[in-house]
Design a protein around this ligand. Structure first.
Ligand code: ZN
Ligand code: ZN
Length: 177
């Protein structure tokens, strides 16, 4: 996931002190508990078995403010000196609402995952990105991503936030600015 601090205005800051108890639903919108989803990856007990799973765990790490995990899952060649600072800024400025995986294609050593991460900014915003991943020594890494225009959502589909309600009854304002 790209750092979206650059596309957000700097004046919104959220107090990120969210700790997801293990028995609660995972932030990645998988509808599973954190314990049975992204937690073992964040804890270093498991490696992601697919690029899609890595993508989801990186989203959860953004949500939870787990900077160490975000850096560890960037391919070493792609890491920058200011990663920690940029990530901290993005995490502080962003209130994430949900994740929707659009497409996922994977070969043995490379993968592309297209997704939308929804966030609350004056209205609901979308980070629609096509991310590249590679697998090295049995481990998936994030390489980089290409930003795409926001997707159109039907007001009658279930809300991306996982509330179980239709979009029009929940985070209804989804049109791009
Ligand atoms: Zn998860
Ligand atoms: Zn919602």
């Amino acid at each position: 996931m790209l750092y979206i601090a650059a596309i957000l205005h700097p004046y919104i800051e959220h107090n990120i002190e969210k700790m997801t108890p293990t028995s609660q639903l995972c932030p990645c919108s998988s509808n599973r508990t954190y314990q049975s989803c992204c937690q073992p990856l964040h804890a270093g007990q498991l490696h992601a078995s697919s690029a899609e799973q890595l993508m989801c765990s990186r989203y959860s790490a953004f949500y939870l403010g787990n900077i160490a995990y975000l850096i560890a899952t960037i391919h070493p060649h792609q890491r920058q000196d200011n990663d920690e600072k940029t990530l901290a800024q993005t995490i502080k400025q962003t209130q994430w609402l949900g994740l929707k995986i659009i497409k996922h294609s994977q070969t043995e050593h490379a993968a592309i995952v297209e997704f939308v991460a929804f966030f609350q900014h004056e209205t609901v915003g979308q980070l629609h990105e096509k991310s590249r991943f590679v697998k090295e020594d049995g481990q998936w890494f994030y390489i980089d991503g290409e930003l795409l225009p926001p997707i159109k959502l039907s007001r009658n589909e279930l809300c991306f936030c996982g509330s179980g309600k239709k979009i029009k009854k929940c985070h209804g304002n989804v049109s791009p600015k």
